[in-house]
Design a protein around this ligand. Structure first.
Ligand code: FE2
Ligand code: FE2
Length: 341
């Protein structure tokens, strides 16, 4: 039986670099295709994996017959720990909707992302604002439409969001990531066309006010003083003020710039002195993307967090910092994304 499995596997691996097997409930999913009614052998195999706490196995090109045999033998000896296998990787994908549990052990850092050209266009828009205070509204629209096309083609959204390489790149890679994540959320909620584009543009510009804050504070290597934090918090007001004056720009942009640090429970900043003021739903979407992306990058005062750590942390903020329904939706689409990878 193993010999037969091996020849099938080998054949598949001549055409692709890896074969991904996942266990979801009692189904075996091979490269995203569920196998059904696969008989007693498969059921036994699933049981063995489950006993080991394994729910994902990747077979890589170059896997040998003896490696697979050893792997299966080791699996059945429950008292022994699994060894490492050069071409077989095991991990956990645990997806439970409802009482959501997030647990994904796979490294997402080496996947394809946006082309450097796409990031470069965002950089240009930012430089225009920085040096000439000029906002290229038409350019923004183009960028956002381009993003939508890209993320519709992508198998998963985490492939698209870029890691930050240096601080100077932070501003526009963060802007790009927040825009992509916000449009992804909005689209999953049924938002289309103009509103989808407007959310993308507003998200792309949410931190534009930071361009009006001195680099000395923004790039300070070490903990910030209270008055420096106060100045950083002003980026919401600076951004909103700048964007209100821009022609042909969606009204959402200044709203989101103003409100993205205002929380769902109306705590946060800036203090608006309007008692009935609730955070706009689009600002709530952007706040979720903003938090997720910000936590992925290292800061002088904290390390970067892994995806699953961020998602669990976010869950603790439902109903206070984040709109619980939007957060539920975000966790759902992120977990599905992790699962699909
Ligand atoms: Fe911000
Ligand atoms: Fe931000």
């Amino acid at each position: 039986m193993t010999q037969k499995a091996f020849s099938i596997l080998n054949e598949l691996l001549t055409e692709q670099d890896s074969l991904k097997i996942m266990i979801v409930e009692n189904d075996l999913i091979v490269d995203n295709n569920p196998l059904r009614d696969t008989g007693i052998h498969t059921a036994n195999l699933i049981k063995r994996f489950k006993r080991r706490g394994i729910s994902r196995i990747d077979f890589l090109k170059g896997v040998t017959f003896s490696e697979i045999k050893q792997f299966i033998v080791d699996l059945s000896e429950t008292d022994k720990g699994l060894k490492t296998y050069p071409n077989i990787k095991t991990g956990v994908i645990d997806v439970r909707l409802g009482g959501l549990k997030v647990d994904a052990d796979f490294d997402i850092s080496n996947l394809p992302r946006f082309t450097s050209e796409q990031i470069e266009t965002v950089k240009e828009v930012y430089h225009d604002i920085s040096y000439f205070r000029r906002l290229n509204t038409a350019g923004l629209e183009e960028i956002v439409v381009n993003f939508i096309v890209t993320f519709r083609k992508a198998a998963n959204i985490l492939q698209l969001i870029s890691p930050v390489r240096s601080y100077s790149e932070y501003t526009y890679t963060h802007a790009t990531n927040v825009a992509v994540l916000s449009m992804f959320q909005a689209e999953s909620l049924g938002v289309t066309d103009e509103l989808l584009r407007d959310i993308g543009i507003a998200a792309l510009l949410h931190d534009v006010g930071k361009l009006f804050i001195s680099n000395e504070i923004l790039e300070k290597n070490g903990p910030l003083e209270e008055d420096e934090w106060d100045e950083i918090r002003q980026h919401t007001l600076y951004g909103a003020r700048y964007l209100t004056k821009a022609d042909d720009l969606t009204r959402l942009a200044p709203i989101v710039a103003l409100e993205h640090h205002l929380r769902y429970d109306s705590q946060g900043y800036p203090k608006l002195n309007i008692t009935s003021k609730r955070q706009h739903i689009c600002s709530q979407i952007v706040a979720i993307s903003d938090f997720f992306d910000a936590m992925r990058s290292r800061r002088p005062y904290r390390r970067e967090l892994e995806t699953k750590e961020i998602l669990s942390l976010m869950k603790t903020k439902a109903g206070t910092e984040f709109n619980p329904l939007l957060l539920d939706n975000f966790l759902r689409i992120m977990v599905l994304t992790l699962k699909e990878k």
